[in-house]
Design a protein around this ligand. Structure first.
Ligand code: MV4
Length: 500
């Protein structure tokens, strides 16, 4: 029998809710932490206990290691789950937990450190026989080293911050003339973003796809892969749609990607869940890009297709248990797609649209999963990432999953704030998406050509529904409608009904 442990979740929003759900299913009591504006957030409602950790800015609350450790001690927690973002990939936090006698539900601080530097991780991956993007594996000491690399490799190249990751602190250089200014730019950005100005260079992979491999390891040296995710569709380095499996990966390639990912994780003695990010060229050659040493936002698509609960697995692994499955036990079934629904207005260049959610109706029915951190009556705060929910669908085939996602998006109603739902309806109907013809630059290239203003807005459709409901109510109550002056509600209901 596994001992019950009290788990503090050092996060907010949908991921905190997701972790609480896994804990509940395993019989573990939970402790939420919250900043001042998050007093009434959903994760606080769902947890057994909740502790305040400071004011709105995350620097003063969700990023305060001391306050979180203090909350864990005061609440009698045994373990801390960091979720994603905030302190999830902070080795100092993992160490602080260890030092305080708290179980950190994630990898070892040593693994986090090893993968935190791009140049160090490239060295270690290369030594382990994992293919990395061709380029330097040491930070350069001078501009001349960058120039020498460019001369040898040829343009285009990318200059990247050693301490960077996730699209920050990098630059594409297409011509010799731009080399020096780009070098200086990335160096100073790296200095201000990461407090470490060291940079290196890689050959630029043209029109790549972003494919990542999920791995899970225990503390006994067992590591398995749980297939790949297609994460190519991004807007300004933010993923918008993720799929499992990738439509361009067949069984043979999956086996090779999986073997590479297991080798990469083993090279840093990895345990818990982790992700190996790869770039794949149009020739289907793949290269290690970086490793994310956390549970990822898009983990549900993997869960749906592979039939595993990655959060429960993390909880068991942290307690020293062996993996609950072997590589042979794992078989993918069907296809899953996730859309990240944001409180942003696609018609206004995705400007944030925080505020009161007056009404929300989630899609339901076969093959639909919603991982959500909000509710009707909740005000989306301006201080944090404005993701409302992740809408995930599963189908027997990719085609069925796309049809199901379109249907689910049509059912989804949010009133009070604008959301990115119409943008996803556009993507699901886009022939390039349906044919899986896209690269990492696709969304940013097509966005200027899309018009989100023309269609009936969510508000129009909602007005029509409200009008029809009021009319039906009036009729059911035998309310006498004036014969000579036709009801404005009836008129609106008809007009909107015809339009939608
Ligand atoms: C690259 C690349 C092409 N060649 N490196 C962007 C995020 C960061 N993790 C690495 N990124 C890239 N690195 C080489 N050598 C193209 C990208 C890239 C990208 C990668 C994944 C997902 C979306 C992207 C969007 C633009 C550029």
């Amino acid at each position: 029998m596994r001992a019950a442990m009290k788990v503090l979740i050092a996060n907010r929003g949908e991921i905190a809710v997701r972790v609480i759900r896994a804990c509940r299913e395993m019989g573990y009591p939970t402790v939420a932490v919250y900043s001042e504006p998050d007093r009434a957030a959903l994760h606080v409602v769902y947890a057994d206990q909740a502790m305040p950790i400071g004011p709105a800015p995350s620097r003063e609350s969700y990023l305060r290691i001391d306050r979180i450790i203090d909350a864990a001690k005061k609440s009698g927690a045994d373990a801390i789950h960091p979720g994603y973002g905030f302190l999830a990939e902070n080795a100092a936090f993992a160490r602080a937990c260890r030092d305080a006698g708290l179980l950190f539900i994630g990898p070892s601080p040593e693994s986090i450190d090893a993968m935190g530097s791009k140049t160090e991780s490239r060295q270690r991956m290369q030594a382990a026989g994992v293919p990395v993007v061709p380029g330097l594996t040491e930070p350069v000491k001078s501009f001349d080293e960058i120039a020498a690399f460019a001369k040898e490799a040829g343009f285009p190249i990318m200059i990247k911050a050693s301490a960077g990751g996730g699209g920050k602190g990098m630059r594409l250089v297409e011509r010799e003339e731009d080399l020096r200014s780009s070098f200086e730019r990335v160096t100073s950005e790296a200095e201000s973003f990461f407090g470490d100005g060291s940079v290196y260079a890689e050959k630029f992979i043209t029109s790549p796809r972003h494919i990542e491999v999920q791995i899970v390891g225990d503390q006994h040296g067992n590591i398995v892969h749980v297939g790949e995710r297609e994460c190519t569709l991004q807007r300004r380095h933010q993923k918008v749609v993720e799929e499992c499996p990738s439509p361009v990966v067949d069984e043979e390639l999956r086996a090779r990607l999986g073997a590479m990912a297991v080798k990469a994780a083993a090279a840093v003695n990895y345990y818990s869940t982790g992700t190996i990010e790869c770039l794949m060229g149009p020739d289907r050659e793949f290269y290690f890009l970086e490793m994310n040493t956390r549970l990822q936002v898009e983990h549900p698509v993997t869960e749906m297709v592979w039939g595993v609960d990655l959060v429960k697995e993390q909880l068991r692994i942290a307690q020293g248990e062996k993996l609950s499955f072997t590589q042979q036990d794992l078989k993918p079934l069907g296809h899953a797609i996730e859309c990240r629904i944001y409180a942003e207005d696609p018609a206004k260049k995705f400007a944030p649209s925080p505020g009161l959610i007056r009404y929300i109706a989630l899609p339901q029915g076969p093959g639909v999963r919603n991982d959500q951190g909000v509710y009707a009556g909740y005000t989306v705060p301006v201080f944090y990432d404005p993701m409302l929910s992740k809408l995930i669908v599963h189908g027997q085939t990719r085609e069925e999953a796309i049809g199901r996602m379109k249907r689910a998006l049509d059912e989804y109603r949010v009133d009070g704030i604008m959301t990115t739902i119409p943008f996803f309806t556009y993507i699901m109907n886009n022939p390039d998406f349906i044919e899986a013809r896209f690269d990492t630059g696709y969304i940013d290239r097509i966005l200027p050509q899309i018009d989100f203003g023309g269609a009936a807005s969510q508000q129009d459709v909602d007005a029509a529904i409200a009008a029809a409901a009021i009319l039906a109510f009036e009729e059911s109550q035998n309310v006498k409608l004036p014969q000579d002056a036709p009801s404005r509600w009836r008129e609106t209901g008809r007009v909107e009904g015809l339009r939608s």
